[in-house]
Design a protein around this ligand. Structure first.
Ligand code: PRP
Length: 180
C-alpha cells in the first residue's frame, strides 16, 4: 500500500466496470446525436479519458476550470472561471464530466453558466457523490458511486495535488492531514 493511503474504496477493476456501465447508458440515451463532453479541470481528466473511450457516439471534448474566491478549505460558493471553454456550445448536446460532487457549488455555478449559453441539452456525469455535504441543488444524471463524507483520493482526486494518478480510489490516511 502506498504511504499515506488508507482503506481502498473502489478497486481499479470496479472503477473500470462502472465506467463501462455509465458509458453504455450514455451511448444508449444519446443515440443518433453528437455530444460535446466538457471536463471540469483538474480532477475530471482521468475519469473523462476512460469514459469517452467507452462512449460509442461521435463526440468532441472541451475543458473548463473554475476557482472559488476566499478560503481554499471552505468553499465560499462564489466561483470564477479561470479557463473557459474553447468552443461555443450553443445548440449542442453537452455532457459535463466531474470527478466528485461535494457541496455542489462548483457544478451549480458551472451548470447555470453553461445553460446561459443556450445548449440544446445539458447533463451531468460525476463519478463520485458525497450527498451528505450538499449545499446547492444538483441533479446528477449519470453517477458512478455515492460515498460517505471521507477524504477520497486517486482516480483524479488529489490531496495537495498528490495521488491523482492512482488507478484506484482510497481514503487518505489520517496521519496525512494531521501532519500538515
Ligand atoms: C473538486 C472536484 C470538484 C469540486 C467539487 O475540485 O474536482 O470540481 O471540488 O466540490 P464542490 O461540490 O464542493 O464544489 P477542486 O476544487 O479540488 O479542484 P481540482 O479538480 O483541481 O482537484
Amino acid at each position: 500500500m502506498l504511504k499515506g493511503i488508507g482503506k481502498v474504496l473502489f478497486t481499479e477493476e470496479a472503477i473500470q466496470n462502472r465506467v463501462k456501465e455509465l458509458a453504455a447508458e450514455i451511448t444508449e440515451d444519446y443515440q443518433g446525436k453528437e455530444i460535446i463532453v466538457v471536463g471540469i479541470l483538474t480532477g475530471a481528466f482521468i475519469f473523462m479519458a476512460d469514459l469517452i473511450r467507452e462512449i460509442k457516439l461521435p463526440l468532441t471534448v472541451d475543458f473548463i476550470d473554475v476557482a472559488s474566491y476566499g478560503s481554499s478549505t471552505y468553499s465560499s460558493g462564489v466561483v470564477r472561471i479561470v479557463k473557459d471553454l474553447e468552443k461555443s456550445i450553443e445548440n449542442a448536446h453537452v455532457l459535463v464530466v466531474e470527478d466528485i460532487v461535494d457541496t455542489g457549488l462548483t457544478l451549480n455555478y458551472i451548470s447555470q453558466n453553461l445553460l446561459s449559453r443556450h445548449p440544446a441539452s445539458l447533463k451531468i456525469c460525476a463519478f463520485l457523490d458525497k450527498p451528505s455535504r450538499r449545499q446547492a441543488p444538483i441533479k446528477v444524471d449519470y453517477l458512478g458511486y455515492k460515498i460517505p463524507d471521507e477524504f477520497a483520493v486517486g482516480y483524479g482526486l488529489d490531496f495537495a495535488e498528490k495521488y491523482r494518478s492512482l488507478p484506484y480510489i482510497a481514503v487518505l490516511a489520517p496521519e496525512e492531514y494531521i501532519k500538515r
